[in-house]
Design a protein around this ligand. Structure first.
Ligand code: ADP
Length: 388
């Protein structure tokens, strides 16, 4: 190689952020940068001048590799497959971790040698390790929180059932007459017990879905009928809130593959919210239509609406928009359940509506149900075994 070319090659290697060595096809040194010499403390210990044989350098480099690490040949030790780009992560005895790349050099079909690059990735590996550790700790915390919520909800359910049952008994005229005042006190007890029961069943459902998965039972769902049933279930509530409801849906359509019970629960949650957040005199409209391969279902109301910046967050659980707090009790769990169930059906749910003119929830469900779960295929390690 002309000395001018050699100088250029040297300058390029020195500009690289990694330790670098260029090996000739005859396994000799073509060029080496300062970082390479420093990384393996080769100064004065090895002849690295251009044309020097690589063989004596190999054990000096390999001595830095941690024992117990898979055998990583050093420069000049690529008997077969030297024409293949290779990558490996190599732990060193001093605790550092290197990423080593071998790039075969070719020109016009001729093999000109190989470029060896060693980058110190110790900090990156340490950060990855810290992140992994934090993830494990956070997962454990979430599991503990879930277990605690499940246990507490479960414990609350039994006494609450007793409160509700005795409330029902007290309201029964067979157990004696009540004054109007007593009856209104009793109504308040029953109403609040029912509300607590709903909260507890939402909590139990959420914790259960998190702990053991969704447990959905799929079958054909008659959407118009399911919507009608959901609406009928909530007519009492809607009437008490002084609202009227409209169902705008074709009488029949393609049956949807889904869990009828859970989907009705989803609609029930959206209707309960619409009733809760809409002042008396307002309207709730449920619209549905098959559109291509989906069923589109919309629940719109003329209530307080959802501020723009909360329209995504409200689905994440325990989140309530500021305009909902105060007069409107709730936990912020209903929509998290809605989203989980809809997603398990392969669908989507979004919140919209013009601010101040009410809320619109749009649910889009594929008629065919969720597609078969496709596990993302993990790429195997890049190292082929024989490489350094
Ligand atoms: P909760 O109703 O118990 O607060 P949800 O998860 O059902 O819990 O709803 C979360 C939040 O989304 C509500 O607190 C409210 O801020 C907002 N939201 C849901 N539905 C409506 C609606 N129909 N109109 C206005 N805001 C709504």
């Amino acid at each position: 190689m002309a000395s001018e070319d050699r100088d250029r090659l040297q300058a390029v290697l020195e500009a690289l952020p990694s330790a670098a060595l260029v090996q000739s096809p005859q396994d000799r040194v073509l060029a080496v940068n300062r970082r390479f010499v420093d990384m393996f403390a080769l100064d004065g210990r090895a002849d690295l001048s251009p044309g020097a044989p690589l063989r004596p350098v190999v054990p000096l480099v390999r001595a830095a590799f941690a024992t117990g690490a898979p055998p990583h040949p050093g420069p000049g030790e690529l008997p077969a497959g030297r024409h293949v780009h290779r990558v490996a992560e190599i732990p060193l005895t001093d605790g550092r971790v290197l990423r080593r790349e071998v790039e075969p050099l070719r020109h016009a079909g001729a093999y000109l040698g190989a470029l060896w690059l060693f980058a110190d990735i110790t900090d990156r590996k340490r950060r990855e390790h810290d992140l992994e550790r934090d993830n494990v700790a956070l997962t454990e915390l979430a599991r503990q929180r879930n277990a605690f919520t499940a246990a507490a909800s479960h414990e609350l359910r039994t006494p609450l059932t007793s409160i509700s049952s005795f409330g029902e008994l007290l309201a029964d005229p067979a157990f004696g007459p009540l004054t109007d005042e007593q009856r209104s006190f009793l109504d308040a007890i029953r109403r609040n017990a029912a509300r607590m029961q709903r909260v507890i069943s939402d909590l139990l459902l959420t914790t259960r879905m998190r702990a053991v998965g969704p447990e959905l039972e799929f079958g054909p769902v008659d959407v118009p009928r399911m919507l009608m049933d959901a609406l009928m279930d909530h007519m009492g509530e809607i009437g008490r809130a002084g609202l009227f409801a409209v169902l705008d849906c074709p009488p029949a359509g393609p049956p949807l593959r889904g869990d009828r019970h859970r989907l009705q629960h989803v609609l029930g949650n959206l209707l309960e919210n619409a009733a809760k957040f809409t002042p008396a005199g307002g309207r709730i409209t449920v619209r549905a239509a098959p559109v291509g391969v989906h069923w589109d279902i919309e629940v719109a109301d003329t209530g307080i609406g959802i501020p723009e910046q909360y329209r995504t967050e409200i689905f994440s659980g325990f989140v309530r928009a500021p305009n909902a707090t105060g007069a409107h009790p709730g936990t912020g769990l209903g929509l998290a359940i809605v989203r989980t169930v809809v997603q398990l059906h392969g669908g989507t749910v979004t919140a919209g509506g013009r601010e101040g003119e009410g809320a619109v929830f749009r649910v889009r469900l594929p008629v065919a149900g969720p597609e078969g779960a496709q596990e993302g295929l993990q790429e195997g390690p890049q190292e082929g075994g024989a490489g350094p």
